[in-house]
Design a protein around this ligand. Structure first.
Ligand SMILES: [Zn+2]
Length: 217
């Protein structure tokens, strides 16, 4: 650096007028400052390279554009400057990737949890547990119940001893007993979703088949 070129380095041009003033100065000093490469590249950063005929120092100029504020630095400073903003770019990208990874992990864990909590072993005591008229475990236990307990041919008495009294509705078909699994009222006083276990019996009161009725408004 010398008085013939510039005695100050610019790490960023704060405004358009700032840059215009600089351009004017550069023009004035064109006697000593010479453009040696208009497309010089360093770490993918493209800039103008100048040299000072007087002190032989090289200057790199990056023109501000939109959010990019440019720079006018001696070669060594410019290299460090470019390396720094490449690094912070990479950090930002890595930060985004880490965040994305964490979100994905949370999603996987919650999916995994919801799979686990959806299904639980049938327990006679829990079957009739309710809170404010809502059965707490029935929906989650019904898979195990139907798979491992409600075998074809088991007697009505056995079913009653397992599940308690059925909630038969008036319009229930004959030989079918039903158990409410869940009722969702949403924000309404009328239900918006109902799941019911329906067990069909033979004439001799043994289990013929069952189905889960899912009604949604
Ligand atoms: Zn100089």
């Amino acid at each position: 650096m010398c008085e013939k070129c510039f005695d100050k380095e610019i790490f960023r041009f704060e405004s358009e007028s700032d840059f215009s003033a600089f351009e004017k100065k550069l023009e004035e000093k064109s006697k000593f400052i010479e453009l040696i490469n208009s497309k010089h590249k360093y770490l993918n950063d493209c800039h103008y390279a100048y040299t000072c005929k007087n002190c032989k120092i090289n200057w790199w100029l990056s023109i501000p554009e939109n959010a990019w504020r440019g720079y006018f630095l001696t070669e060594n400073k410019a290299k460090v400057h470019i390396e720094n903003f490449k690094k912070s770019d990479a950090k930002k990208k890595n930060g985004c990737l880490v965040l994305l990874g964490i979100l994905l992990l949370i999603l996987i864990i919650s999916l995994f949890n919801s799979c686990i909590s959806k299904s639980q072993k049938f327990e006679k005591i829990k079957w009739n547990k309710s809170e404010d008229g809502f059965y707490l475990y029935r929906e989650n236990m019904v898979e195990d119940l139907t798979k491992n307990y409600l075998k074809k041919g088991i007697k009505y008495e056995k079913i009653i001893s397992l599940l308690g009294k059925p909630q038969n509705l008036n319009d229930e078909k004959q030989n079918t007993i039903s158990y409410e699994l869940m009722t969702d009222y949403g924000l309404d006083i009328d239900p918006v979703e109902v799941k019911t276990l329906k067990i069909k019996l033979t004439k001799d009161s043994t289990l013929l088949n069952y189905r889960i009725e899912h009604w949604q408004k």
